[in-house]
Design a protein around this ligand. Structure first.
Ligand SMILES: [Zn+2]
Ligand SMILES: [Zn+2]
Length: 469
């Protein structure tokens, strides 16, 4: 039994799929106007882990993630840079795909682009207009939220009337209710546009996702996911639209991942505490970033800081070192059994599974992997590791880390430690040269290493080095 926290009910619910044995899952994709940031990394790694776990439990999973490749922000960027919007969209789709591959997210089964689905979106808007639930003003079409108010609040847990008295929103005289949202937007000359019954324009963001999820998965889909910031207005609006069109809810389970904070503040482009995935991967191995993300439960906030990433790096290294030691181990003990350890490994495996079944609790699951490491290191140190237990440890470790999408470089690991040894040796030679006042030689070593991409930094604690990629 798998429990999933459903934002709609605010509770954990047992997963019961619409079709037996088949999970149909839609996660809102990125708007491709810039490189993806680490908030995106968090979200898509979280959903990738869920998908992997559901597959591990024997479900067939159909996983759809779209690209929002027409949007105000893409148009703004195009106006600023004089680049065609299609070129910008294509570049950042490729950039996103590259980031996801490096983070070892499995490619989705279907990745629709909004711009390739426009006729279906126009049909969807037409249906809502025909039912009298939307109105047109000057080529824009708005969803009439008063007329759909019985469907409002599934995720926000507030009624339209609560909303009216509470929030401050921009007043637009053309709208019936300030919360009415655009299903279709008229375009200015030079902007991307498609012919429609309301003139040239483009779809609103919310109708894109309603259309693509129902087209590729059928309604209701099992799981609709995204970051917490998408609950309102995006997902609430998607759900209302689908009620309006299909007469039923868009999804059975709504899953939202928690915030990613930077040094305990909310990430924000304007506050300049903002990192792209590429910036982080210049400094950290993709598996370290992935480990950092999965060792917290997906609904808890994550605090992103250099210190926390460094901690994750050390923890990941501990796993990598263990896996390599296991790989190289040859001095097997004779006896078939070490009292109770096989059972202990199996117990860790079961607790891992129970944690994952409980709303994908990767935080608890990861502790079980470290239990394996503890057991394994102990028996290796004691020279009590039998061939049989060795195989069980290896299989279990690979199974559990694999479900989290963590990989370990068993060949490169040896190369990497060889490189580290050589660099340390050259640093030592450089210090000796400096002590002997042979600065030419010392600077020569530094320059040579720099040519090879190894940067030295002298500090109070001695010299550190890093590889600049
Ligand atoms: Zn099916
Ligand atoms: Zn969406």
């Amino acid at each position: 039994m798998i429990l999933i926290h459903n934002t709609a009910s605010g509770k954990k619910e047992e997963l019961e799929t619409v079709e037996s044995g088949h999970v149909r899952m839609y996660v809102c994709g990125v708007t491709v106007y810039d490189d993806s940031h680490i908030g995106h990394a968090r979200s898509y790694v979280s959903f990738d882990v869920m998908r992997r776990w559901l597959m591990h439990r024997g479900y067939r999973v159909t996983y759809v993630v779209n690209y929002t490749d027409v949007d105000d922000r893409i148009i703004d960027r195009s106006n600023q840079t004089d680049e065609p919007w299609e070129v910008i969209a294509r570049r950042y789709i490729a950039s996103y795909d590259e980031d996801m591959d490096r983070l070892n997210n499995l490619r989705p089964d279907i990745t629709p682009k909004a711009t390739e689905e426009i006729p279906d979106m126009i049909e969807a808007v037409k249906t809502i207009v025909d039912k009298g639930l939307a109105y047109e003003v000057d080529g824009d079409v708005y969803f009439d939220i008063e007329k759909g108010k019985q469907w409002f609040g599934t995720l926000k847990h507030q009624s339209i009337d609560d909303m009216r008295s509470g929030a401050r929103v921009e007043v637009d005289e053309r709208k019936h209710n300030p919360h009415d949202f655009a299903l279709w937007k008229s375009s200015k000359p030079g902007e991307p546009s498609w012919e429609s019954p309301w003139g040239k324009g483009r779809p609103g963001w919310h109708i894109e996702c309603s259309t693509m999820s129902s087209k590729y998965l059928g309604i209701p889909i099992d799981i609709h996911g995204g970051g917490m910031d998408l609950i309102f207005p995006h997902h609430e609006s998607e759900n209302m639209q689908t009620w309006a069109i299909e007469g039923k809810a868009l999804a059975k389970y709504w899953i939202h991942n928690g915030w990613l904070m930077i040094d305990e503040e909310k990430m924000s482009k304007s506050l300049d505490n903002f990192f792209t995935i590429k910036e982080i991967l210049d400094r950290f191995d993709p598996m370290v970033l992935r480990f950092f993300l999965v060792h917290t439960h997906y609904r808890s906030p994550i605090d992103f800081s250099d210190a926390n990433l460094e901690e994750a790096r050390q923890a990941y290294e501990r796993l990598a070192t263990f896996r390599l030691a296991l790989e190289r181990y040859t001095e097997f003990a004779e006896e078939e059994e070490v009292e109770g350890l096989e059972e202990q490994v199996e117990a860790n495996r079961l607790i891992f599974g129970r944690s994952m079944d409980d709303d994908f609790n990767t935080r608890l699951a990861v502790t079980q992997i470290f239990e394996l490491v503890r057991i394994g290191n102990q028996v290796m140190m004691d020279h009590r590791l039998s061939k049989r237990l060795h195989r069980i440890l290896e299989d279990t470790f690979d199974e559990l880390t694999g479900v989290l999408g963590l990989e370990f470089d068993l060949v490169g690991g040896e190369g990497a430690s060889l490189v580290a040894g050589l660099v340390e040796y050259l640093i030592e030679l450089r210090h000796e040269a400096r002590d002997a006042k042979d600065f030419e030689k010392a600077d020569g070593i530094r320059a040579k290493l720099k040519d090879m991409g190894v940067v030295l930094e002298d500090g109070a604690e001695g010299t550190t080095w890093r590889v600049e990629r």
